[in-house]
Design a protein around this ligand. Structure first.
Ligand SMILES: [Zn+2]
Length: 514
């Protein structure tokens, strides 16, 4: 049986603090996951909020390429027939081919949370599964708190699974709802349960409270599970759900499972970034496989070795997941590091230019600049030294609400108003340049970080601004340093825009004159 990938970003994942998706956002996330090739997309809990009901109504008419939709809900209420349960009706009305029912499998929760008899809980599971089977729906049964329940009362936890399977659930997902189970216990329990239920698809749903969600999912598959639930980028409440992307990459690249349609693994990184963007959450650079630093090496003395044999310094080929390797530029690095970095950017430097770049980098880092995370500023620096830097505009100066720029042979004075001085400058700069450079409309700020550096490297405290900008197919970071925050921000903003224009006009270095 091949391993089925079940995504719960839109239901469990969206429990994350700060993650708030509109119905349109949810449809965009689902579209991205479908394009990636996940098998099942759990769209939400229609009984819990009208937004999720609307999602399913709109999702019905969309042309999904690969994924099947699942709607999520709980088993019927105690002491009431399934037919009279309004929540089950709402779940049915979502019209999805798959219904995922969550039920209690830990006696503590039956006794204390549900406050009903253990026999009644078994009946609730059986009746609810039968209700949806009669309507021709495929039923996935999520056994909530299964691993804790199994530890507390193995016989009862298994009886819950029997009730679901005998009533027609074709998939039993064992949930580590509190996220506290460790991989060795997952392995032994999944192995035992798989042996006890040879006729059904067995899966896991892991949370990351012990930092083991991905590991637990991987060992579960090793122990016989053929259904894995997870969320994009590991989103989820508390410490998150299992990161679906790391699971997929691990199983495909290291365990020879084919989970996505052939060729799709290469779009993993872009999908991860796209979803972070829709979710309006900063994309974690250290995220395994897909993060911008996942294959970044602060090279130092090893730079030339990395340039020669990149495979010696990374666990998989970054291209296999659509990522790329980076060599980080640092004060400690030598000329070979600068050359390797320049080659990565597609710039062929002479030894003399590389030495000049290195001098500039060292001087700038002494003043408080940091290029390790500011690739775009590094590239602009290299281009300036090498004399290949297009000049989009020159900044003449600014006042906090008024900014002047020199654009080509035109002189532009623009006024911006924003929620703060930095926003105001961004607005003003955009206004000043909008006519000449319409591409600016697709460039936006995604992150802005300020640090005050003490006098360790510089003679007095300075402010360093790191600013991340993005367009439709990527993002880049620039850096500005000054003894005041506005000037530092101004520099980072101007470089961010210059670099964005460089990307946009990579093939036409001469700007069209308006
Ligand atoms: Zn969960």
């Amino acid at each position: 049986m091949s391993v089925e990938i079940y995504d719960t970003t839109l239901r469990d994942g969206s429990q994350q603090v700060g993650l708030d998706l509109t119905v349109t956002d949810k449809l965009r996330v689902a579209t991205a996951l479908d394009a990636l090739g996940v098998d099942v997309i759990e769209g939400g809990w229609p009984g819990s909020n009208p937004k999720d009901a609307e999602f399913f109504a709109r999702a019905k008419d969309l042309p999904w390429q690969h994924a099947m939709m699942a709607a999520f809900g709980a088993t019927r209420r105690p002491n009431r027939p399934a037919d009279d349960d309004a929540d089950l009706r709402t779940l049915l009305d979502a019209g999805t081919p798959i219904v995922t029912l969550v039920g209690k499998s830990w006696t503590l929760h039956v006794d204390e949370a549900l406050r009903t008899s253990r026999a009644e809980n078994l009946a609730m599971v059986a009746d609810s599964v039968r209700f949806f089977r009669r309507e021709g729906r495929r039923v996935v049964f999520d056994a909530e708190h299964f691993f804790d329940g199994y530890a507390a009362d193995q016989g009862y936890a298994l009886a819950v699974l029997v009730a679901a399977a005998e009533s027609g659930a074709d998939t039993l997902a064992l949930c580590d709802t509190n996220g506290g189970t460790l991989p060795d216990d997952i392995t032994s329990i999944v192995r035992a349960v798989t042996a006890a239920f040879p006729a059904v698809r067995l899966g896991v749903h892991c949370h990351n409270d012990s930092a083991c969600a991905v590991a637990n999912s991987l060992v579960a598959v090793g122990a016989g599970a053929t259904h894995v639930q997870g969320a994009a980028n590991g989103y989820g409440e508390r410490c998150g759900n299992a990161d679906l992307f790391a699971i997929v990459a691990g199983l495909e690249l290291k365990r020879d499972h084919q989970l996505l349609p052939p060729g799709r693994l290469g779009s993993l990184a872009v999908t991860a970034r796209q979803i972070a963007e829709i979710a309006n959450l900063p994309f974690e650079p250290r995220q395994p496989y897909v993060g911008s630093s996942a294959f970044a090496t602060k090279a130092g003395l090893h730079a030339s070795a990395i340039a020669r044999r990149p495979d010696a310094y990374s666990h998989v080929d970054p291209a296999s997941v659509g990522n790329r390797a980076h060599v980080l530029v640092s004060e400690l690095a030598g000329r070979s590091n600068v050359l390797a970095k320049a080659a990565e950017l597609g710039l062929d430097l002479s030894g003399e230019t590389a030495a000049a770049v290195l001098d500039e980098v060292k001087a700038a880092e002494h003043r408080g600049y940091a290029f390790e995370a500011a690739d775009a500023s590094f590239e602009l620096l290299v281009r300036r030294v090498a004399g290949t830097s297009p000049s989009w505009f020159e900044l003449e100066g600014y006042r906090v609400v008024i900014e002047k720029s020199e654009v080509g042979d035109q002189r532009v004075v623009a006024v911006g108003e924003g929620v703060g001085p930095v926003h105001a400058i961004d607005e003003a700069l955009r206004k000043a340049l909008a006519e000449l450079y319409p591409e600016l409309a697709s460039i936006h700020l995604v992150d802005y970080k300020v640090r005050i550096l003490d006098g360790r490297a510089a003679t007095k405290a300075v402010t360093r601004v790191m600013l991340t900008s993005a367009d439709h197919d990527g993002e880049w970071t620039t850096v500005g340093v000054s003894d005041d925050i506005v000037t530092a921000s101004w520099e980072a903003l101007a470089e961010g825009i210059s670099y964005g224009l460089l990307r946009a006009r990579a093939r036409a270095l001469v700007p069209a004159v308006a």
